[in-house]
Design a protein around this ligand. Structure first.
Ligand SMILES: [Zn+2]
Length: 759
């Protein structure tokens, strides 16, 4: 579901003391977690693996899987699941379908009209295009809508709210505009879409429209489809508006437990993650007459899009009427789960997934990721035939129901939660792919391993490694010389933390399984996301048209899976984690300081009469109110914990390097790995984050008001952002406890490594 191309900078640069593990590491240096001998064997199998993925087959899979619309509950969704199952079987995998019953609403009626000052009825339809053969499959296409909008019939004045985020409503307040009782119209972008109705509702709006402005993914960027890749006038972004950031992802009726046939289910009215107000996505073709009818204050300059109109905020004479009803039915989701059993450490699981359901044909989202998963599975099956057997069990998952809001992955992981917490080593996710640079997000204990993988895969366009290309992009994009120096001087690329919007969420945030999210992108623009035009025709004309990046993705993820499954000692590196914790600590300290300075300055300007003196009586603005300056917060417990983790992380690195120089006893290693794999679980807190107990990870979470984008140390950071300084202070020891428990565990593991017999 998530759009990788919209994410600007996925790799940061590690402020690292890890110079010893430098980018220029000679090829002979053993892989992280391997002895010299096992590393050589691993490299042999990895080289064999890398030669197998075939662009021609990737193209065939895409054509097959995107041939018809395949949303949750559709005939082709089930057929695809069965086909994926048969492929896994043919490649020698032990595979089955696990089925769940989830609440998935589809539209019954959709009406949007303007009743004043002129009458206008929105079309709410995406036309078929003659050159695009699958765009005409109307009988099977879901209409344009936002899933988990409530039923409703509302009327009110229209107000334009920019991207519909909290900062936008602050500006509206200064303009003296209220949205109480209004229907707001927001632009798509800058947040996960479900944040928009949520914030509108918090400010008293009764309905929410979300449209795609041509400035963001339409003609202002490039030619529109089918002449170019961008969104045409009537193209609409479907999508879920489930309030998962404030509540929980997955089936609304079975929070925290698997949505199996006989699961106990909530009444729909008690489900906490249904959006609060009726919401509908529209095209810019439908939005333009509505926006053109607005009067009231001019929209602030940064709010204006690329439509040939003067953007006003409203309200004015423009009155809207929005009516939507849905068929609130339970529908089946089909997760395809394949397995290759491990040899000596079969109770340790490496899990890898990508969803197979789409909003419509979904060539880019999700098939461009799913096809790579399939080629990896075929290649691993091939290696097995040639005699390779992983130490650990590998589980491949083609999830269903990701688009409505991570239904298949969440319900599967909730069903198997206890086993996953006992056995899971890592989860690797993808969700689509394009042309360009490797984009990697994830748990920082996996960062060093991931850097190693990226240094061993060749970029198909430049011929350098995908690591080198990602680094080069960073140098080129760096905003100043300091940032550039940071890129050049440092050794490892830092993983961006995990937010949400795709299937790793339950693994990382709820169960504490260290996760990665990978993909290539950044070279092509597109405007077909979640529309009927995301199909084989579009992908083969405007994206990775020769499927070489599909191959690169299969190589990258496959190597990650193999290293995690084959290493003598699980390839975690905790000094990288400690590094990230230090960054986050500094960020929240800076954030508090910034808030204090901001409030002081604003109070001073109020006392000086600045706002009153510069007010334009013809375009009046409301002055802000005096605020209390934020108090100081005691970060010391977290500072101490972070330092302890740095120390134990270094100790662990030394102990690991020494242990791998010998020939450690396999049985002892199995016992050690069995404990080591629980390391990330210590970063969970049972009570979870404030106001959202589902999210238990103390370091990573989806932002309450960003959705896709992460908020790290959210309990502290988001409490400061929401001006609840007392809560922020209370959260410090909670985060500190998780980090210091982790530090103690890593220290203990270091000691055990030192005491391994067989050195
Ligand atoms: Zn997707």
């Amino acid at each position: 579901m998530r759009r990788f191309c919209a994410i600007v900078s996925m790799w940061g640069i590690l402020l690292s003391q890890l110079a010893a593990f430098g980018q220029q590491a000679p090829a002979a240096e053993p892989l992280l977690g391997f002895t010299a001998k096992s590393s050589a064997t691993e490299r042999h199998w990895e080289q064999t693996f890398q030669q197998i993925p075939d662009p021609k087959l990737l193209r065939d899979y895409m054509q097959r899987l995107s041939a018809r619309p395949h949303h949750v509950g559709s005939p082709y969704d089930k057929q695809n699941a069965e086909w994926i199952l048969s492929q896994l079987h043919s490649w020698g995998w032990d595979a089955k379908i696990e089925q769940f019953q989830v609440l998935f609403p589809t539209p019954k009626t959709r009406l949007l009209e303007m009743t004043a000052p002129t009458a206008f009825k929105a079309k709410l339809e995406e036309p078929a295009l003659a050159v695009d053969p699958t765009s005409g499959q109307q009988d099977e296409q879901l209409p344009t809508y936002n899933a988990y909008s409530p039923d409703g019939d509302v009327r009110g004045p229209l107000v334009f709210v920019n991207y519909g985020l909290p900062a936008d409503y602050k500006q509206l307040e200064r303009l003296g505009v209220s949205v109480k009782g209004a229907i707001v119209i927001a632009k798509y972008g800058n947040s996960w879409r479900g944040v928009k109705p949520r914030v509108a509702w918090e400010h008293g709006a009764v309905g929410c429209l979300i449209y795609s402005d041509p400035a963001d993914d339409g003609y202002a960027e490039d030619r529109t489809f089918p002449e170019g890749p961008m969104r045409p006038k009537d193209g609409v972004q479907r999508g879920s508006v489930m309030d998962f950031p404030h509540a929980y992802p997955g089936d609304p009726l079975t929070p925290g437990v698997g949505a199996t046939e006989n699961a106990k289910r909530l009444d729909i009215k008690d489900a906490k993650n249904i959006a609060p107000i009726p919401t509908l996505p529209i095209s810019y073709g439908d939005a333009q007459p509505l926006l053109a009818a607005l009067t009231g204050p001019l929209a602030p300059e940064t709010w204006r899009g690329a439509l040939p109109i003067t953007y006003h905020v409203g309200p004015g004479a423009a009155q809207a009427h929005l009516a939507v009803t849905f068929d609130w039915k339970l529908r089946p989701v089909y997760d395809v789960i394949g397995k290759i059993a491990g040899s000596t450490e079969a109770d340790e699981w490496v899990v890898r997934g990508n969803h197979h359901d789409a909003w419509v044909n979904g060539a880019e989202d999700p098939v461009s990721g799913q096809m790579a998963l399939l080629e990896e599975a075929r290649a691993l099956g091939e290696l097995k035939k040639q005699g390779w057997q992983p130490k650990r069990t590998i589980i491949y998952a083609a999830w269903d129901g990701e688009e409505p809001m991570l239904l298949g992955s969440t319900e599967w992981a909730e069903t198997h939660a206890t086993e996953l917490q006992q056995h899971a080593v890592a989860y690797i996710n993808t969700d689509g792919n394009g042309r360009g640079y490797l984009l990697a997000e994830g748990a920082h204990s996996l960062e060093a391993m991931m850097n190693g993988v990226a240094r061993d895969v060749q970029d198909p366009e430049s011929g350098v490694t995908v690591w080198k290309r990602a680094q080069a992009k960073q140098i080129s994009d760096a905003k100043d010389s300091e940032a550039r120096a940071r890129v050049r001087d440092r050794v490892d690329l830092q993983l961006e933390p995990l937010g949400s919007g795709t299937d790793y969420t339950v693994f990382e945030h709820h169960l504490g399984v260290p996760s990665l999210n990978l993909g290539f992108g950044g070279e092509d623009d597109g405007g077909i996301y979640h529309s009927i035009y995301d199909d084989f025709y579009w992908y083969t004309h405007f994206s990775d048209t020769d499927f070489v990046y599909g191959k690169a993705l299969a190589q990258t993820v496959g190597l990650g899976v193999m290293r995690l499954a084959d290493a003598d000692i699980l390839p975690y590196r905790f000094s990288n984690l400690s590094n990230a914790v230090h960054d986050y600590l500094k960020e929240v300290q800076d954030l508090l300081k910034q808030k204090q300075e901001q409030v002081k300055e604003q109070n001073r300007e109020l006392e000086e009469g600045v706002f009153a003196a510069i007010n334009d009586p013809r375009r009046p603005k409301v002055a802000p109110k005096q605020e209390t300056v934020p108090p100081y917060i005691n970060f010391a417990p977290l500072q101490n914990a972070a330092d302890a983790l740095a120390k134990s992380g270094e100790h662990y690195n030394k102990a690991l390097a020494t242990a791998l120089k010998g020939t450690p006893d396999p049985a002892k290693l199995a016992t050690l790995n069995g404990r080591l794999l629980t390391a990330e679980r210590l970063l969970l807190n049972d009570g979870g984050l404030p106001t959202r107990p589902y999210y238990k990870h103390m370091l990573y979470a989806p932002g309450l008001y960003t959705g896709y984008a992460p908020k790290t140390v959210s309990g502290i950071r988001e409490s400061i952002e929401l001006k609840d300084y007392q809560l922020a202070e209370e959260e410090v020891p909670k985060v500190a406890k998780a980090v210091s428990d982790e530090a103690a565990f890593v220290e203990q593991m270091a000691v055990e490594l030192e005491n391994l017999p067989g050195r």
